[in-house]
Unconditional design. Structure first.
Length: 118
């Protein structure tokens, strides 16, 4: 059973930086397209960033493009999200996700909370 465990969340000042990690166990991260999602209180879960397993191609939501960077370390079986220049509106519970061959999310982590002070 694949398990995803996020870490690295916390309080960050607007304009600062924070790095989230997602440790994968029970399977090789190299077998999955991976992504980060987030959910703010009262809002629906939304896409943040994605990383394809085949060629490392990345994609971002317009709201974070140019500020956030998704990456993976296959040897460490870990996914990362580097958050630079966060804004108060980036505050949310951030989830790591592993996608199956159909493109649908097969596994979710439990999330790590990010709070951004202005």
């Amino acid at each position: 059973q694949v398990q995803l465990v996020e870490s690295g969340g916390g309080l960050v000042q607007a304009g600062g930086s924070l790095r989230l990690s997602c440790a994968v166990s029970g399977g090789a991260i190299s077998n999955y397209d991976m992504g980060w999602y987030r959910q703010a209180p009262g809002e629906e879960r939304e896409f943040v960033a994605a990383n394809r397993r085949r060629d490392g191609t990345t994609g971002y939501a317009d709201s974070v493009k140019g500020r956030f960077t998704i990456s993976r370390d296959n040897a460490e079986n870990t996914l990362y999200l580097q958050m630079d220049w966060p804004k108060p509106e980036d505050a949310a519970l951030y989830y790591c996700a592993a996608k199956g061959p159909t493109g649908s999310v097969e596994y979710w982590g439990r999330g790590t909370q990010v709070t951004v002070s202005s």
